[in-house]
Ligand binder design. Structure first.
Ligand code: NAP
Length: 198
């Protein structure tokens, strides 16, 4: 279906696999000029429960959603600097702005990635690297498990709108509810938090 697509398998939860991935890709594609940090997982955790005392239970979520994007950016940075004009895209979430308490680690990782993206954009402002952020609302994918996001917006509709806005030069783009919450002030965040978590 996509004959020009090259696929490299990697468990992004493992730092050594990230290093191997970056080395292989940069070696094989010296003109590569874009890094998209899209991979993510979402798990339900109840911290009012003994089992979360096991760090490994939620460490993987932090490793994949937050540590991996930061690590990959650092691994690709030297290369992206060499190609003249490049783009780094991070996929966060509307839940970075208004947390859904049933997926607390997920929300924290996305808030962290949003924060990191702001800092990265500032640090790279005089470089040839553009830093973009996509902030999805609930989208109808298999995130968190099959059937959990069927109430979300259609993937194609979401993607075509977001990519058009990025192509038009916007650097931080949400859609529907996430476009709304990314611009919220404190009072609006508090109200939406109560509504989302009642
Ligand atoms: N769907 C939503 O409602 C929603 C809302 C806000 C933000 N987002 C964000 O959008 C991004 C894409 O998610 P999605 O909705 O498309 O969910 P998805 O259908 O579950 O896709 C998740 C993607 O992450 C990859 N991935 C997960 N664990 C990985 C690992 N250890 N190593 C490498 N890749 C791994 C998966 O690869 P495999 O297919 O190979 O497992 C898959 O490509 C995520 O960052 C998510 O947090 C989604």
């Amino acid at each position: 279906m996509m004959p020009d697509l090259n696929i490299f398998e990697c468990n992004l939860g493992e730092p050594a696999e990230r290093i191997k991935l970056a080395t292989e890709i940069i070696g094989q594609f010296p003109d590569l000029n874009m890094l998209v940090n899209n991979a993510g997982i979402q798990r339900f955790w109840n911290f009012d429960s003994p089992h979360v005392a096991d760090r490994s239970a939620y460490q993987e979520e932090i490793a994949i959603n937050l540590e991996a994007p930061i690590h990959l950016i650092s691994l690709f940075m030297d290369h992206l600097h060499t190609v003249g004009s490049a783009t780094s895209i991070n996929v966060t979430s509307g839940l970075a702005f208004v947390p859904y308490a049933k997926v607390p680690v997920y929300c924290a990782t996305k808030a962290g990635l949003h924060s990191f993206t702001l800092s990265l954009r500032r640090q790279l402002k005089n470089s040839g690297i553009t830093v973009l952020e996509i902030i999805p609302p609930a989208v109808d994918t298999d995130l968190g498990g099959e059937g959990l996001h069927t109430y979300g917006v259609n993937v194609s509709e979401f993607a075509s709108t977001v990519f058009q806005r990025l192509a038009n030069g916007e650097q931080e783009v949400g859609f529907g509810g996430s476009e709304e919450v990314r611009q919220f002030g404190k009072d609006q965040i508090t109200k939406r938090f109560e509504l989302l978590n009642k």
